[in-house]
Write a protein that binds this ligand. Structure first.
Ligand SMILES: [Fe+2]
Ligand SMILES: [Fe+2]
Length: 352
């Protein structure tokens, strides 16, 4: 067998007979065997050699086997080397102490060499198994670390792609809004005003940042369904007939359907659908009552009404803020959620 593949046994014993006997026996069994006779030589030896196993005499001329064992177990460089304590029969009472200190076993010097070889083989195999398990675990944890970092990179990439998609969705929505403004000149700035006003009301109520953002976007998008209504109806200067009113009253449904089709915005569809619902159930398209209408829908209703009435329309000039507020007061609990309306009045009073 090549020397580099041989298992290396270190025998630490002051008895020349024992050292020579063990050396001869194990070398004839294809082991590499080193021997030292005392503690001093032992420490010098292990400075530059790491044996696979140590057979250690309890009593040495200059040191105690337990002391050597204790020091080895404290040192990370040596503490995994298996140690067989080799003793005479009368030292056997120390077995427990030796085992506690980390010896693998306590064997009598009277042991048959073949039996000692069995112990040596078994302990070396056990140690190899531990080392291989440790290496596998290390390999596995490195692989996990690598995979984790790959996953992390992928997550960042995905987040960036997602952000780009959201931005693209918003850009597309803005293009649609501009298209509505071209079709219906009087709604110019209306979407932005409703968005800002809804945001102020929602922040006064105490919405979370995520919900505030939702209200802001829903405000921008609330009339997006008008994209599906003809310009003739949108810009008709007189009172609309029943059929045309029905068409125009369809815009919350059209808007919600458009928004539903954009993944990152679909959760806002119901708010848009509800921005013409009245608190008493007289609104459209679903005639929802009270808290059946989402709080976002109820906020949008107030912001939309205020901006629509206080700005010029094709069919009438703008009402003053005072006139608009008076009209809204008259619709408290009818069109509008009374509590949110009161909040809105407080905001207006503070602002004026
Ligand atoms: Fe609307
Ligand atoms: Fe509107």
């Amino acid at each position: 067998m090549l020397k580099s593949f041989m298992k290396h046994i270190l025998v630490v014993d002051d008895s020349l007979v024992i050292r020579e006997t063990l050396k001869k026996f194990f070398e004839s069994n294809n082991y590499k065997v080193s021997t030292v006779e005392d503690g001093h030589t032992f420490y010098n030896f292990i400075e530059s050699n790491i044996p696979d196993i140590i057979i250690l005499d309890k009593m040495l001329p200059d040191d105690d086997g337990f002391n050597i064992l204790y020091k080895m177990k404290l040192n990370a460089k040596y503490n995994s080397i298996p140690v067989i304590m080799f003793t005479t029969q009368d030292q056997y009472e120390n077995e427990i102490t030796g085992l506690k200190l980390g010896a693998e076993c306590f064997l009598s010097k009277d042991i048959k060499l073949e039996e000692l070889k069995l112990w040596v083989d078994r302990l070396i195999a056990k140690q190899e198994k531990i080392v291989s398990t440790k290496n596998n675990l290390k390999k596995l944890s490195l692989e996990i670390e690598k995979k984790e970092s790959l996953l992390y990179e992928k997550a960042i990439e995905l987040k960036k792609t997602n952000e780009k998609l959201i931005k693209l969705s918003y850009d597309l929505i803005m293009v649609l809004l501009k298209t509505i403004e071209v079709k219906d000149v009087y709604t110019k700035n209306h979407s932005e005003n409703v968005s800002n006003l809804s945001l102020i009301i929602a922040s006064y109520i105490g919405f979370t940042p995520k919900k505030l953002n939702d209200v802001k976007i829903a405000g921008y998008l609330h009339d997006i369904g008008k994209i599906g209504i003809s310009e003739t109806i949108l810009n008709y200067p007189n009172k609309l007939d029943t059929q045309s009113r029905r068409i125009i009253e369809n815009h919350p449904i059209l808007g919600a359907d458009i928004i539903k089709s954009v993944d990152s915005l679909s959760h806002l569809a119901s708010f848009v659908r509800q921005h013409h619902e009245n608190f008493d159930g007289s609104g459209y398209p679903d005639k929802l009552i009270g808290e059946e209408i989402s709080i976002e829908g109820r906020i949008l209703r107030i912001a939309d009404f205020f901006d629509a009435l206080s700005t010029d329309r094709v069919y009438r000039p703008a009402y003053s803020v005072e006139e608009t507020l008076n009209m809204m007061k008259g619709k408290k609990g009818i069109y509008f959620d009374p509590e949110i309306l009161e909040t809105f009045f407080k905001i207006i009073q503070k602002g004026s």
